[in-house]
Design a protein around this ligand. Structure first.
Ligand code: IPD
Ligand code: CA
Ligand code: CA
Length: 256
């Protein structure tokens, strides 16, 4: 039932994003001028919460736009109704809905759905990771110097102290590094082997929780900048194919 509800919520929300994208919608700024929220973020979030509440009225919910909706439950849904809102608001088809289920403090299911290119990533703890029902796995690159990397930047420069030094260190070495604008998609693209590594200096739980499990179940590794085990509540995240992990952790710590 958890799985069905998770999949239904993501599919319905993706459908809604696609419908809204063909018409006009309102766009507002949040705490900084480039931190946008559209009426679609709110509509998507409302739809997802409604679908969850129908089946599980007593579960805890944490979402980007509504914050904590606490309940005395060991199950928490962690929701980003649109990850990549700046892309979405500009008609760039690199955005998604991201929903994770945390049980007893552990992420056990996650989905990341980009309806614009029809990519539905799903993972369940201990059961593997999938893209549109086909199993996925991380890449087999063994060193940072021949890797293809991806990163993201926070809305406020002050939240990413050191990020430009780190970013430029890869550019100086001629290492390809991309910035797509959706942390959840960045993580999923590590999971399916398009990227070998990803890092970001400032994330929220809803950006990383589902993508974390998808990377882990695809055979990759996700930690904080010290190499400690992942938690959705860490701001600094490194995700890799596992093989380049220690090297990337060292690289970031030596340049930031
Ligand atoms: C943002 C995106 C972006 C990342 C930012 C996030 P939003 O989420 O994931 O790639 O660099 O840190 O805040 O605002 O589009 O949901
Ligand atoms: Ca986000
Ligand atoms: Ca968002």
């Amino acid at each position: 039932m958890l799985r069905n509800t998770l999949i239904k919520a993501a599919k319905e929300s993706g459908k809604l994003m696609k419908e809204y994208s063909t018409r006009q919608f309102t766009i507002d700024s949040k705490d900084s001028i480039n931190n946008l929220v559209t009426e679609v973020d709110h509509a998507s979030e409302k739809l997802i919460i409604g679908i969850i509440r129908e089946q599980f009225p007593d579960h805890y919910i944490l979402t980007e736009e509504s914050g904590d909706l606490p309940k005395n439950s060991n199950t928490k849904w962690i929701i980003d109704p649109i990850d990549g809102t700046v892309n979405f608001a500009n008609g760039i088809p690199i955005c998604c809905v991201s929903i994770a289920v945390e049980q007893d403090g552990e992420v056990i299911m996650g989905v990341v759905y980009n309806p614009f290119i029809n990519e539905f990533f799903y993972a369940e703890k201990g059961k593997g990771a999938f893209l549109n029902d086909g199993p996925i796995q991380v890449s087999s690159k063994k060193s940072v110097s021949n890797s293809c990397l991806v990163t993201g930047f926070p809305y406020k420069y002050s939240e990413g102290q050191g990020m430009l030094e780190t970013f430029s260190s890869f550019i100086k070495q001629g290492i390809p590094i991309r910035r797509l604008g959706s942390a959840a998609i960045d993580l999923c693209w590590v999971a399916c082997g398009r990227f070998d590594g990803y890092y970001e200096f400032f994330l929220n739980p809803w950006d990383s929780a589902a993508g974390f499990l998808i990377v882990q179940e695809a055979g990759g590794r996700v930690t904080d900048f010290q190499g400690n085990a992942y938690s959705p509540y860490q701001e600094k995240i490194i995700a890799t194919n596992g093989l380049i992990h220690d090297e990337l952790v060292g690289w970031i710590n030596n340049t930031k």
